[in-house]
Ligand binder design. Structure first.
Ligand code: 13P
Length: 252
């Protein structure tokens, strides 16, 4: 039985004081988390403030990126050891903004996935096509390439620590959500690829989030789909009420 997993990717938003206040307010609303698994991913500079208040709330602490190296001459990078020391539980890797703006490719992302697993982090591995790729019929080719590349050399046992986030680039921050049917069919395809790369039980067990303009108004519909197990939320995760509305989708 796959557990619902709702994660907020705050991107380059939220000062330390805002992050701490948000977590306090969210924890007050969600109580004992009967809704499933919940995570927030503040920017690096807000992680210490978030870590100080998140302990004991049941909310997981995520980072939005991580270096592919542990230490040394890597100006501007943040090591897994540093994130571990702060109490970070999970890292988001391969986000389309990292791929498209900062040129991260599948081999580089794969190094990060392996290093994150080595240090005991949960990983959210993001995949998804651009509008151009969708319009030229390449959704499956792109998603398969990103999965095979990102998960290359990963042992099947490690999949228990990996969540896949399907985020069609054209739906991110645009207000355009993939229809629940479209998203579900790509999620089903992702399971097919996980079966091909690993096994049918791995395909049945892997948690797959949808991301791209998820909000309280559309979350119940998306989550009702067989292959959609959660959401990776950007804009709507920046306000406690809207993020809580998504976490609480079953009652929305
Ligand atoms: P939006 O929810 O703002 O579309 O962002 C989605 C996203 O990129 C989450 O990682």
């Amino acid at each position: 039985m796959r557990k619902t997993f709702i994660a907020g990717n705050w991107k380059m938003n939220m000062l330390p004081s805002e992050a701490a206040a948000f977590i306090g307010d969210l924890a007050a609303k969600t109580g004992d988390f009967k809704y499933g698994k919940v995570m927030v991913a503040p920017p690096f500079t807000s992680l210490p403030a978030a870590a100080a208040v998140i302990k004991g709330t049941g909310i997981l602490l995520g980072a939005q990126n991580m270096s592919d190296e542990e230490s040394g001459a890597h100006t501007g990078e943040v090591s897994p050891l540093m994130l571990k020391d702060l109490g970070v539980d999970a890292v988001i890797l391969g986000h389309s903004e990292r791929r498209l703006i900062y040129g991260e490719n599948d081999a580089f992302i794969n190094r990060k996935v392996k290093l994150a697993l080595k240090h005991g982090f949960e990983v959210i591995l993001c995949v998804g096509e651009t509008l151009e790729e969708r319009e030229s019929g390449k959704v499956e080719t792109v998603v398969e390439e990103q999965l095979a590349g990102g998960l290359s050399g990963i042992a099947e046992e490690s999949l228990a620590s990996i969540t896949i986030a399907y985020e069609p680039v054209w739906a991110i921050g645009t207000g355009k959500t993939a229809t629940p049917e479209d998203a579900d069919s790509v999620h089903a395809f992702i399971r097919k690829i996980i079966e091909k790369l690993f096994s049918s039980s791995a395909a049945a067990e892997i948690v797959i989030q949808y991301g791209g303009s998820v909000k309280p108004e559309n979350s119940a519909e998306l989550m009702a789909k067989e292959n959609i197990d959660g959401a990776l939320v950007g804009g709507a995760s920046l306000k406690v009420d809207s993020f809580y509305g998504i976490i609480n989708f079953a009652k929305a």
